[in-house]
Design a protein around this ligand. Structure first.
Ligand SMILES: [Fe+2]
Length: 253
C-alpha cells in the first residue's frame, strides 16, 4: 500500500512534463534536486524522532518530495519563484496533488497529512486549529526545507556561487537598518528589506527561531551553520540582535 517507488514514479512523470528538449530549466532542476534532498531530510528526521507508525516512512518521503510541486507550474507560468507577485506555490502544489497524485490505497487521513504539509510548508505560520496529523507533518516539512536551504547557502558561499541564487543581493554589503529594526520589532524580516547577503543571513536566523523539532536545531549546531552565520555577521554590527536570535534558536534544543 505504501510504496515510495510509486511516489517517485509519479514525481518523475510530473516533473518530466516541464522538460523542454529533454531538459528542465536550470532553476527547476534546482527545485527538483532540493525536493529530493528535503525528502531525505524528512525521512532522517522522522526516523531520529522514532516516528514508526504504519505509513510514517512513506509520509516522510512523500511529503518531502512533493512539497514544492507548485514551483513547476509557477515557474512555467510566471518565470519567478516570488509567491507575492505570482501565486502561492504551497496552495498550488496542494491543489495539484489533491487531484493528480496516485492516491490509490492511501487512507484518507494520510492523504490529508501530505496535502496539508504541502499547503502549509511555505506559510508564515502553521494555522492554529489544524488537526494533529496535518500539523505534525507540516512541521516536519518546514524544518527539512529550512535545513536544506541552510546547507545550500553554506555550500554556495564556499563555492562562490551564492549570488547566482541571490542576484539582487550582490550589489550591497552590510546590514540594512530597516531590516534590523523590523526584526527587532516583529521577530521576522521581509525580503523586500533585504539588500545584501548579510541581510539574507540575518533573515535566516529568524527562520531558525521557527524550527519545530530539537533534532533540527541539533543538526544545524552539529554542522556549525548557526555559528558560521554569527561569525559572518560579526563585522556588521547588530551583535545583540544576532546573539539574541541565536540564543532563541539554541534554547529549543
Ligand atoms: Fe517551497
Amino acid at each position: 500500500m505504501f510504496s515510495t517507488d510509486r511516489t517517485n514514479k509519479w514525481f518523475k512523470e510530473f516533473t518530466d512534463n516541464y522538460k523542454f528538449e529533454g531538459m528542465l530549466h536550470p532553476m527547476l532542476d534546482l527545485k527538483l534536486k532540493h525536493s529530493k534532498r528535503v525528502s531525505l531530510i524528512c525521512t532522517e528526521t522522522a526516523d531520529s524522532m522514532g516516528w514508526d507508525e504504519n505509513g510514517d516512512s512513506w509520509l516522510a518521503h512523500t511529503a518531502g518530495l512533493l512539497h514544492d510541486v507548485g514551483r513547476f507550474p509557477q515557474y512555467k507560468t510566471y518565470s519567478t519563484f516570488f509567491d507575492s507577485i505570482s501565486v502561492d506555490h504551497g496552495d498550488l502544489g496542494a491543489e495539484i496533488i489533491s487531484k493528480e497524485f496516485d492516491w490509490e490505497g492511501i487512507p484518507e487521513n494520510l492523504r490529508e497529512n501530505v496535502v496539508s504539509a504541502v499547503k502549509f510548508h511555505n506559510k508564515k505560520i502553521v494555522p492554529a486549529g489544524l488537526k494533529l496529523g496535518p500539523y505534525k507533518w507540516s512541521c516536519l516539512v518546514r524544518d527539512a526545507d529550512k535545513i536544506d536551504i541552510y546547507r545550500m547557502v553554506e555550500e554556495r558561499i564556499d563555492k562562490g556561487t551564492i549570488f547566482e541564487m541571490l542576484p539582487r543581493h550582490r550589489m550591497a554589503e552590510g546590514l540594512s537598518s530597516d531590516l534590523v529594526e523590523e526584526i527587532k520589532m516583529t521577530g521576522s524580516g521581509s525580503y523586500s528589506n533585504a539588500r545584501s547577503l548579510q541581510d539574507y543571513r540575518l533573515i535566516q536566523l529568524t527562520w531558525g527561531c521557527d524550527l519545530n523539532f530539537p533534532v533540527s536545531v541539533a543538526t544545524l549546531k552539529e554542522e556549525k551553520i548557526i555559528e558560521r552565520i554569527r561569525e559572518d555577521l560579526r563585522p556588521y554590527g547588530a551583535k545583540d540582535l544576532v546573539d539574541n536570535l541565536i540564543n532563541r534558536i539554541y534554547s529549543m534544543e
